[in-house]
Structure formats: structure tokens, C-alpha cells
Design a protein around this ligand. Structure first.
Ligand code: F6P
Length: 510
């Protein structure tokens, strides 16, 4: 007799896939069954309305039942509870994952600590806005990975109509990135945020040192006095030279790619104000509450994970694509790449055994309508099956003729319809096979609260996928080997393969 996990997968594998058009034909209630509208009233912080339509995926009632059994067999409810109660959900590092506490979801002690840290950040942000550090027109935010992608995306999304401080996020060790930020900033009115959980990351510490040098060489009397540190290693930040009053700490149990909610979100608060930052947290908390309470297919992140698992494991899809039909979400695909690929790009289970099937697909995407004129050819007629997510807002982000936004939405809806319907033609080059899946997230508007909810939805979707694959989404040992070898190359130490040796010589590193 097979175990309950294999039994659920066997049931899923035995379901013969029907064409999407046939699924709609067979079930007039399909749209209602596979769509969920979530609405949250957040008082002064705003309202969130989001429609999730997963009906253009191949999920069926049978598949959903089998996935619900799979979730039960994988102890989904227990693992979810562990996530919210400070359980060790990151066993390889012996840690909890307390990012939820940063927005008020989690064990009382952690939630209280987070509220105190947030209040501290609020005081510093308020003081800067009131001029305590002199004129501050620019912020160069230096960080990489999770210490950069979240702030960059949120600032970009929420400041299209203006920012209180002009933020430049610099991540790459390539000096060109920092030079470009320098060129756009006046040193006398620039603050530097050094964002690093560990405060040891080579890219960040190198860029931070160069930024201080730039301030010094440009007449700023006390460069260290212009630095704010955002870190889980406050001692090291103080040792490095940042005054304790400008060190904004966050707990070690908040993972890098889940850290936007902590002091790593400082540039969002500085650019948009604390009110917006609190709204971002409140939107995320609303999704936490939904994820924690809703069961089975009613749980939207879990429902999305069912579809993700269906395509990755049962249909062999090696990628998934996300297209935001909104300029404000232009950086969302980059953000999701780290969230999903660094979390779930693993090959062993929590017990250290090989995972039975493929894990995270490659996440990629872009902005509509631009992507239609660049990569959609492959989605419609290529040989790869790519499940697509579309994200759009009912309210426009622009003040131009409403025709712009109308055309944007028309195009977005048309792509999902076209992928599914396809179109026959006697000429094979002009025929569209159709039956290609897509999902839609249609939000009422894009504001801080909705953005928070959108990100938290993806965090929980990623967690739900990890539970269904039985992997640990909270470590990232796969990034370490390359870092270690880069150090050895720099030091000219150790044995290298012939190709790397030759390249070191050619690059002047030999
Ligand atoms: O190298 C990967 C990584 O550890 C990411 O997980 C993390 O977001 C990034 O580097 C930056 O780390 P830190 O915030 O410690 O500088």
C-alpha cells in the first residue's frame, strides 16, 4: 500500500486532462468555483479589493479534492500553524520564519518586538522628514537580493506620482551602478542606507565604503553621520561606524527575501511616509489572516499552489510567467524571481531525501503590453507550455485619457482569452493550438495596502508550494559555493579547473 502523499499524487496523475474549453462547457459554475474576491477594510489605512480568477487553469473538482488530500498528507495545517506560531519551519538553520510578526501576525512576543522596532523606525523617519538631519532630498539605498528587490519594487510602485525623498537602490558590485546613483544625487542632501541582514555581504559593504568616500570627497563633513543601517546584525553596523541611533535592527528570524516588512522597508517609509508603510503592512496582515483561516480550495494562496504543482509536476512545465499590466508593478517579476527561486529551488526534502519530482519552475515575466510585442509569440505558438499569471488594476495609475487604461485592460484580458481559445487555420504557421492556461489577479487599485496584500499572497503561495513538495523554503545554501570560489579566485588560492584558469588569465585575475 502506498503512503498518503504518493496515493494523492497517483490519483492526480490518473486524472485525464480535459481541454479548458471543455471544462467550461461541462460546468457552468466553473468561474464562480475557481474565482475568489477578497475584500479587506483597513480603516484609515484604506480598503483592499482583489479578484483571483484561476478558472482558466486545468484544475478540476477531482484534482482539487486530490490536492486537498495531498495538503492534508503533507501536514499543511500543522506547518501553516508552525509558521504563524514561531515553530522551527527552517530546520536546516534551526530557525522560525518570523516575517509575519513584522506585520502583526505571529507569536505575541515577536509581534510586540516588531511593533517597537516599527515605532523606532517611525521616529527616525519622522525626524528626517522634519529636518533633524538637515536637508535630505536623496537616499542611496545600498543592499542586494532581499535587501534591495523589495524596497526597489515598493518604492517604484508607490511613488509614480511623486516621492518625499528621491530613492536610488544600488545593488550590483559593478561600480557603474553606484556611479549612476552619484550622478543623480547632490552629496550635501543625500543619505545613505546600508541594508544588509548580515552586514557582511561583499557587494553591499564595498558599495557602502565607496559611497562614504564619495560623500567625503564631495565636502560632506561627517560622512558616517549621513548613514542609516538596516540590519539584523546591529553590533557589526556599530563596529563599522554607524551611530547606534541610526541603526534600525530587525530579528535574525526574518529571512532576507521576506524582509521588506522590517527596517529593510525604510526607503519605502522615507519616500512615501510612515502611513503608507503601515498600510503596506496592514494589507499583508489581511492576507495572513485569510491564509491562516481559510481551508482547502477556499484558501487563495493554497489554490494557486495547487495549480503551480499541477503544471510543474504533472504537465512538466519548467517555467511560469508573470505579466503585470501596470507600469507600477514593473519590478514585480524580479522580486518574485528571488522569492520563488531562492525559496523553492531546492532538491531535497525537509528530511534530506531527494524530492520526488521537479521543484520550483523558473519564474520570469515582464510588463504588458510591452511583452506582447516581444515574448508572447512563444506563449501562443511555441512548444513550451507556460502557465501565465496576469496582474492588472481596475483603477488607472495615470491621469491621461481613460482610453489608455481601457486599452491596457482590453489587451490583458485578450491575452488570457487567446491563450485558452487558440484559433485554427489551414496554414499551420498561422494556427494557434490554444488550451494554454492563465490566471488573473485583478485588483481594485494599486496602493500601499494592496501592494502589501499582493506580496503576502505570493509569500504564502511560495510557502504552500514548499509544503506540498515537503521542502524547506527558508534556507538558501545554493548561493554559498559561488561566493566562496569568488573569494578563492580573488586570493589566487586553490585549485581551479583548466577553463577557469584560462579565463582568470584572460580577465587579468591570474
Ligand atoms: O546571497 C543570497 C543572499 O543571502 C540573499 O538571501 C539575501 O537576500 C542577500 O544575499 C543579501 O544578504 P544580506 O542582506 O545579508 O546582505
Amino acid at each position: 500500500m502506498s503512503d498518503p502523499i504518493s496515493a494523492a499524487w497517483d490519483r492526480l496523475a490518473a486524472i485525464r486532462p480535459s481541454a479548458l474549453a471543455d471544462l467550461f462547457e461541462a460546468d457552468p459554475a466553473r468561474v464562480e468555483k475557481l474565482s475568489r474576491r477578497l475584500e479587506f477594510g483597513l480603516g484609515e489605512l484604506g480598503d483592499v479589493g482583489m479578484l483571483f480568477d484561476w478558472s482558466k487553469t486545468h484544475l478540476t473538482d477531482d484534482a482539487l479534492s486530490a490536492f486537498e488530500d495531498l495538503a492534508a498528507a503533507c501536514d499543511f495545517a500543522e506547518r501553516r500553524e508552525a509558521l504563524f506560531t514561531g515553530g522551527i519551519v527552517n530546520p536546516t538553520e534551526g530557525r522560525a520564519a518570523n516575517h509575519g510578526a513584522m506585520r502583526g501576525s505571529g507569536p505575541e512576543a515577536e509581534v510586540e518586538e516588531a511593533a517597537a522596532l516599527l515605532a523606532r523606525m517611525g521616529m527616525l523617519v519622522g525626524a528626517i522628514h522634519e529636518g533633524a538631519l538637515g536637508e535630505v532630498r536623496h537616499l542611496i539605498h545600498i543592499g542586494i537580493g532581499g535587501s534591495a528587490l523589495g524596497p526597489a519594487m515598493a518604492v517604484d510602485a508607490l511613488t509614480r506620482d511623486g516621492a518625499r525623498v528621491d530613492v536610488h537602490v544600488v545593488s550590483n558590485i559593478d561600480g557603474l551602478a553606484l556611479e549612476q546613483a552619484f550622478a543623480a544625487c547632490d552629496p550635501a542632501s543625500t543619505l545613505i542606507a546600508v541594508a544588509s541582514k548580515t552586514f557582511t555581504t561583499i557587494e553591499t559593504m564595498t558599495n557602502a565604503a565607496s559611497a562614504l568616500k564619495w560623500l567625503d570627497e564631495n565636502g560632506v563633513a561627517d560622512p558616517y553621520g549621513r548613514v542609516v543601517a538596516l540590519t539584523a546584525n546591529p553590533d557589526r553596523a556599530v563596529e563599522w561606524g554607524v551611530d547606534e541611533t541610526r541603526v534600525l535592527p530587525f530579528p535574525e528570524s526574518v529571512g532576507g527575501r521576506y524582509s521588506l516588512w522590517s527596517s529593510i522597508g525604510f526607503p519605502v517609509a522615507l519616500a512615501c511616509g510612515m502611513e503608507d508603510f503601515r498600510a503596506l503592512l496592514a494589507g499583508a496582515k489581511a492576507i495572513d489572516d485569510h491564509f491562516r483561516a481559510a481551508e482547502g480550495r477556499e484558501n487563495v494562496p493554497l489554490l494557486a499552489a495547487f495549480a503551480d504543482q499541477y503544471y510543474a509536476r504533472l504537465r512538466g512545465c519548467q517555467t511560469r510567467a508573470v505579466f503585470a499590466y501596470d507600469e507600477r508593478l514593473a519590478l514585480l517579476p524580479d522580486y518574485l524571481q528571488q522569492l520563488e527561486m531562492e525559496s523553492n529551488g531546492k532538491r531535497v526534502t525537509v528530511e534530506g531525501k531527494p524530492v520526488a519530482g521537479p521543484t520550483a519552475p523558473v519564474t520570469w515575466g515582464g510588463v504588458g503590453t510591452d511583452a506582447q510585442h516581444a515574448v508572447f509569440q512563444l506563449l501562443h505558438q511555441g512548444t513550451h507550455l507556460v502557465p501565465v499569471d496576469f496582474i492588472a488594476s481596475i483603477a488607472p495609475g495615470d491621469m491621461l485619457d481613460p482610453a489608455h487604461h481601457r486599452a491596457l485592460l482590453m489587451n490583458c484580458l485578450a491575452q488570457g482569452a487567446a491563450l485558452m481559445a487558440g484559433s485554427g487555420n489551414e496554414d499551420p504557421a498561422r494556427a494557434y493550438p490554444g488550451d494554454r492556461p492563465s490566471a488573473m489577479i485583478l485588483v481594485d487599485d494599486i496602493d500601499a495596502a494592496t501592494l502589501g496584500a499582493l506580496i503576502a499572497f505570493h509569500e504564502h503561495r511560495t510557502f504552500a508550494n514548499a509544503v506540498l513538495m515537503r521542502i524547506n523554503p527558508f534556507d538558501q545554501f545554493g548561493v554559498e559555493l559561488g561566493k566562496a570560489i569568488a573569494k578563492r579566485i580573488g586570493a589566487g588560492e586553490g585549485e581551479f579547473d583548466p577553463s577557469t584558469r584560462a579565463l582568470m588569465q584572460a580577465a587579468g585575475l591570474g
